[in-house]
Design a protein. Sequence first.
Length: 198
Amino acid sequence: MAKEELRIQAWMEQLRRMREMQYAYHKKFFHGLYFFLVLVIACLFWESPLSLALVPFLVITAGTQSCFYLHFVDFARLHARHLETQLNKALGKGTLVGSEIEDLYFYPIDAPKIGGFVPSTPLRFFSFFTFHWVLLWLGLAAFALWRLVPPMGPCGRDFLVLLALWGGLNLAFLSWFFGRRRSHRLMESSLRKQSSSS
């Protein structure tokens, strides 16, 4: 088998693995959302002070966990795009267009975002979906705090400060991480170097 054919075969196998990874982490993303939703609802129905205090922290963790899974989906998409580019050079332009279609249909992989919300394309369904879940989670957390904080008296204010600090820290990191796209650029740079040296 010629060297070019072996290379094409290796790229196709890597592309298959990246698409499998993308699907697996999409699945984990949705399973994680539903798992946390069940936990939050169970805490709201239990209605003990401890369970109500857990709700806002579960909400913050659910958001961060969702972004973690999305980070893996983005990794798979970036690698798949690189592989498709290599394969298109070898097989002919436009043979594989999955990455281009994903950019148009879901969200542009190169755009800065906060988790799944892309400020440059706020009317895309993925941005709306993210916004929907954020409002739902915040509503559930607000309901738990409404039930919890008034009976706590002065301690309620300290609890809200602690919660605001933890939530703000998570939001600041996620905004910085997804907005700067540093991992994204490092990965692309590494892939470019590898393809130019091969």
